[in-house]
Write a protein that binds this ligand. Structure first.
Ligand code: GYE
Length: 327
């Protein structure tokens, strides 16, 4: 009798587990409105990584404004550059059974667990902007910039300007972020061997953190003597660095400075003579990401890696272009 009861218990528990698993849709399952889902059917989760830069502000605005225009229900949060906040925001979205998650990962590593949870819940994830190191079968697609190419483009500017070689500094972005890793890698891959990177420190993509880093550089190295140029991973850090340079008596044009993003602040720095080139990185990804999210809901085929088409801007037409800049 006792044994028989135990068997029953085992069968009941197994049946419960099976039903629990059975409730989870497989990762690629379409939404119940497929193949006719509309934007107004969509609940989209965007656990934004922070508000560290003008690029990020424009990226947030692009997702919010586009959702408003298309009638998408957007669940937005700001993780303040902390991965654990992004992960808990994602978990809350999984619990709320959103249709699609767009994840702009603050760093590349450490996403396997939460991506697996989303996959098991049948919620497709589009990696937005920076990349992740997790296996591509844990997410639907990646839409963003080619960060390595941006670094290569910056290197080409230094190669052109310093055919006889130079010493340069690097102010890099958030340590471990796809944007900083890619830009640093591309820069080193293309830089001529006669150009030496004498030091590289992170300013975490913010003005506030770049300022003391530049001040510390200036304590250690004499501008124009110990180094002739600076590669800066984004415009906001560039603006922070300019503050430090000004305070140290450096004049626009004394150093060859190349930055990344192409924000209005970056354009102004070119107009003012501080930046000699600004490598474009486009934050206005909302429309493209939502279009892909709708395709995923409808079970339509998508491209798994979508890289943004970008260019390099120069001071000669910066003043003319500045009023047309959208971010
Ligand atoms: O360049 C920087 C921002 O990930 C491409 O993050 C983005 C970078 C961008 O803070 O300004």
């Amino acid at each position: 009798m006792f044994r028989f009861k135990n068997y029953i218990l085992v069968i009941v528990v197994a049946a419960m587990l099976l039903t629990a698993c059975g409730n989870k849709a497989p990762a690629s399952e379409k939404a119940s409105c497929a193949p006719n889902c509309k934007y107004t059917d969509m609940t989209f989760c965007y656990p934004q990584l922070g508000a560290e830069s003008d690029w990020r502000t424009a990226n947030t605005a692009s997702f919010k404004e586009t959702a408003g225009e298309l009638g998408i229900r957007l669940i937005f949060s700001d993780a303040q550059q902390k991965q654990e906040n992004q992960i808990s925001a994602m978990r809350s979205c999984i619990q709320q059974e959103v249709d699609v998650i767009g994840l702009p990962p603050v760093v590349e590593d450490g996403w396997e667990a939460v991506l697996t949870e989303a996959k098991n819940a049948g919620i497709p994830v589009i990696i937005v902007d920076r990349s992740v190191s997790a296996s591509p079968d844990l997410y639907a697609a990646h839409i963003g910039s080619d960060m390595k190419l941006e670094g290569e483009r910056a290197a080409e500017e230094f190669n052109k300007h310093f055919p006889n070689g130079a010493k340069v500094l690097e102010l890099s972005g958030t340590t471990g972020s796809g944007a900083a890793v890619g830009r640093a890698e591309g820069f080193r891959a293309k830089l001529n061997p006669n150009i030496e990177i004498i030091d590289s420190q992170t300013g975490n993509f913010t003005r506030a953190e770049a300022l003391p880093v530049m001040q510390a550089f200036l304590q250690k190295y004499k501008p124009g003597v110990d180094f002739q140029g600076i590669f800066i991973h984004n415009d906001d850090m560039g603006i922070g660095a300019i503050e430090a340079l000004k305070a140290a008596g450096v004049k626009p044009g004394d150093l060859f400075i190349v930055s990344v993003d192409g924000t209005r602040g970056g354009f102004q720095a070119m107009v003012d003579g501080w930046f000699q080139a600004d490598v474009e990185c486009n934050p206005l990804l909302g429309p493209q990401v939502y279009e892909m999210a709708l395709k995923l809901m409808n079970g339509e085929p998508i491209e798994r890696e979508v890289l943004t088409n970008e260019t390099v801007y120069y001071p000669d037409n910066a003043a003319e272009l500045l009023p047309t800049r959208k971010y």
